[in-house]
Design a protein around this ligand. Structure first.
Ligand code: HEC
Ligand code: HEC
Ligand code: HEC
Ligand code: HEC
Length: 214
């Protein structure tokens, strides 16, 4: 990639602004225990590690630890694809209905590996799970699959309806919108660092967002 002058300056500014966060996260090393979160990028999604770069090691006014990325990483949703019970259940369904292998695997991937599933649909490639599928480290969408129900999936859902989530895959970076609960967020930092734009979305505070999968 060609980095031109102004891009360089933007990166340097972001670097300086991020320095306190980086130093703070070193200080809170015990809260950061575990493998680093993934940092892949696809056309429409990015790894939780790229969001955690900023949304980590936060405390409220009275010192409660409210770090979004650290709280998320231990949830069932962060582990929805790694979950060995889930993988075993998909495998047993396929074993009992071998003629429906593709239908079953792609259906199960749609909620347990939603970023990879959505990206596979856009690329018009298979979203099957086993063999050379999404659980295989050599599959290009493997990092997106294993990040489970992640930041850029939930925060990009538009017009939620029960039983079905929709992500707007027509936008290009940095116009991909990340919906949040607050009005008028400061946008420039996040645009520069992640090529996603934070905006207010009323639907983020509605339980139907969760009902798209639950
Ligand atoms: C529409 C979204 C959706 C689809 C499609 C889906 N799941 Fe799930 N799955 C969920 C949700 C949501 C939960 C969590 C439910 C709860 O605990 O309330 C879940 C939980 C599970 C669990 C329990 C995991 C655990 O460790 O407790 C298993 C097993 C599972 N799903 C298997 C499957 C299989 C097999 C398929 C494909 C046939 C599938 N799922 C397809 C949304 C989905
Ligand atoms: C299962 C869906 C889901 C996932 C996954 C998710 N979020 Fe959220 N997030 C929400 C919802 C819903 C809210 C709004 C909560 C509220 O209204 O208080 C929110 C709020 C936020 C906010 C607003 C700040 C705040 O403290 O309320 C930020 C920033 C944020 N999320 C970042 C992230 C990051 C970074 C990740 C990944 C590490 C992530 N989210 C993963 C659903 C999700
Ligand atoms: C360079 C640091 C940085 C990175 C990287 C970053 N953010 Fe943000 N994010 C911010 C800042 C700054 C705000 C605005 C805070 C404010 O206005 O008070 C914000 C706001 C948000 C909000 C709230 C928006 C609202 O209006 O409620 C969400 C949700 C969010 N970010 C999610 C993400 C996700 C998902 C990623 C990964 C793609 C990400 N952020 C990456 C710095 C960052
Ligand atoms: C893209 C699909 C999707 C969305 C959207 C989603 N979830 Fe989930 N959720 C899942 C799946 C899949 C699981 C089960 C993971 C597993 O056990 O393997 C799950 C599991 C959970 C669990 C654990 C249930 C248990 O039995 O332990 C909770 C709690 C949860 N989700 C809450 C939420 C909330 C709250 C929201 C909305 C802010 C939400 N989910 C949105 C897919 C989703």
């Amino acid at each position: 990639m060609l980095i031109i002058g102004t891009e360089m300056k933007k990166l340097a500014v972001v670097g300086l602004v991020l320095l306190p966060f980086v130093l703070a996260s070193c200080g809170g090393a015990n809260q950061m225990a575990g493998l680093p979160l993934v940092e892949f990028s696809t056309e429409d999604f990015t790894g939780s590690g790229n969001c955690a770069a900023c949304h980590v090691d936060l405390e409220d006014q009275i010192g409660n630890y409210v770090s979004i990325s650290n709280h998320w990483r231990s949830t069932m949703m962060a582990n929805a694809a790694k979950d060995p019970f889930w993988q075993a259940k998909v495998a047993s369904e396929v074993e009992r209905n071998p003629h429906l292998k593709e239908v079953i695997e792609e259906k199960c991937a749609s909620c347990h590996m939603p970023m990879a599933y959505t990206q596979a649909e856009v690329r018009d490639v298979s979203a099957m799970i086993f063999d050379s599928g999404l659980t295989n480290p050599s599959n290009p969408l493997n990092p997106a699959a294993m990040d489970g129900v992640s930041c850029t999936l939930c925060h990009q859902i538009v017009d939620p309806v029960l039983g079905e989530y929709t992500v707007d895959t027509s936008t290009e970076p940095p116009d991909r919108l990340i919906y949040g609960p607050y009005e008028n967020p400061e946008q420039s930092l996040m645009i520069a660092a992640s090529k996603f734009t934070p905006v207010y979305g009323e639907h983020v505070t509605d339980s139907v967002l969760c009902g798209t999968c639950h």
